[in-house]
Write a protein of this length. Structure first.
Length: 395
């Protein structure tokens, strides 16, 4: 069996909305359908019936994104009912996992044209109530929020594995001696780069606003923040001596992203030039409490598979779940030039809608490589419960 070359033809995303913000009135299945429709509409020569499968990442899946949101997106987008859809879950890496699974199907010849993406509405994530162990309980019952993090945790899990995500970021800060000042400076740079990229129109070619919603730009970017303003925020997870705050962590968000992935035959069917070619991917595991360092080994393995090194990178989209975890990863890649990392801002400013973020990163790398007209790019995320995921693209 021959392995086919795999191309990214196009990538789109919504502006990222803040928790309870502009996109909070939009169902996640509608967000997903919007980016799927927008993506297909941008390739008018492609017959939508030629799409072999739609892969979508979704981390929570407990509310309106239940019952296979990928298939719901296909139907709501008006694609032919013959187009199937599958939803994948690798928590924060779900959107990138969808891209990798679609690329694998195309490479193996199981598909010629595929759509991959991700969606999350953290605003609309519901509370859930467990069924009682017996009928007619007399006591109160607990509702669990499905927005973020551990819930209904198995008591067999060691306590050190089930710390909060924020405490996990604090552990990475401890491990690498990362100061509050360094984390705040990293966060400030994220906002400044994102604001500058938007001002220069660098996101105009990939962001597709949701119709009827007044949101043209990522909602959490703070153009006028400063080190002084960030320094005034209290630690969120360790009241005494903590370094992780709401200002140097990614916010809670809503959004969706989608990519068109094809082989040579599918590329001819689109009549378009590809943005980039997919070269390699890797996934790794780590102790759950150190999830923030998950990308360290995944990135190394993906680059090795691609026959590339850090010096070859033109751009590197590293998801900024927390400044501490991003800085921790960078500390373990001394050969990497930090100037190529998140040149248009990262998740601290842009936002982190869990299931969509990986697809956003892959799309961002593809568009940046197309703008440069050559180079090697990399997308990577840390993943709650201790995993890392990375994807190498080239043009």
């Amino acid at each position: 069996m021959s392995i086919r070359d795999v191309y990214i033809v196009d990538a789109v995303r919504t502006p990222i909305g803040k928790f309870g913000g502009a996109l909070s009135s939009v169902r996640p299945d509608d967000l997903a359908a919007h980016v799927v429709k927008a993506l297909v509409d941008r390739s008018p020569d492609l017959d939508p019936a030629r799409i072999d499968d739609v892969y979508f990442g979704d981390a929570n899946g407990a509310g309106e994104d239940n019952r296979d949101v990928a298939r719901m997106a296909v139907l709501l987008a008006g694609l032919p009912t013959s187009v199937p859809g599958v939803t994948v879950n690798r928590l924060c890496g779900s959107g990138l996992e969808a891209v990798i699974q679609a690329a694998r199907a195309v490479a193996l010849g199981d598909a010629s044209v595929a759509v991959a993406g991700g969606v999350e509405s953290m605003s609309r994530a519901p509370w859930v109530l467990q069924k009682p162990e017996r009928a007619f309980p007399a006591g109160h019952q607990q509702l669990h929020s499905t927005t973020l993090g551990w819930r209904m945790t198995n008591p067999r899990m060691p306590a050190e594995w089930t710390v909060s995500l924020g405490e996990g970021a604090e552990l990475v800060a401890d491990k690498h001696g990362l100061t509050r000042e360094a984390q705040d400076a990293f966060a400030l740079a994220s906002h400044q780069k994102a604001a500058e990229a938007w001002a220069k129109g660098l996101y105009d070619g990939e962001v597709v606003p949701y119709p009827g919603v007044e949101l043209e730009r990522d909602e959490c970017i703070r153009d006028n923040t400063s080190l002084e303003a960030l320094a005034r925020l209290k630690p969120s997870f360790r009241p005494d001596g903590g370094t992780v705050t709401a200002g140097n962590a990614s916010p809670l968000n809503d959004g969706a992203a989608a990519l068109l992935i094809v082989d040579e035959e599918g590329l001819r069917a689109t009549g378009r030039e590809p943005l980039a070619r997919i070269r390699a991917s890797a996934v790794t595991g780590i102790e759950p409490q150190l999830f923030g360092l998950g990308p360290v080994e995944a990135v190394r393995r993906a680059l090795e598979k691609a026959g590339r090194g850090f010096a070859d990178l033109t751009t590197f989209e590293l998801n900024e779940a927390f400044a501490a975890q991003s800085l921790g990863c960078l500390a373990e890649w001394p050969e990497l030039d930090p100037a190529v990392v998140n040149p248009r801002g990262g998740a601290i400013a842009i936002g982190h809608p869990l299931g969509a973020s990986g697809a956003r990163l892959a799309g961002a790398v593809a568009h940046q490589l197309a703008a440069a007209d050559s180079g090697t790019g990399l997308a990577a995320l840390c993943i709650g419960v201790g995993q890392g995921l990375a994807l190498v693209l080239e043009r």
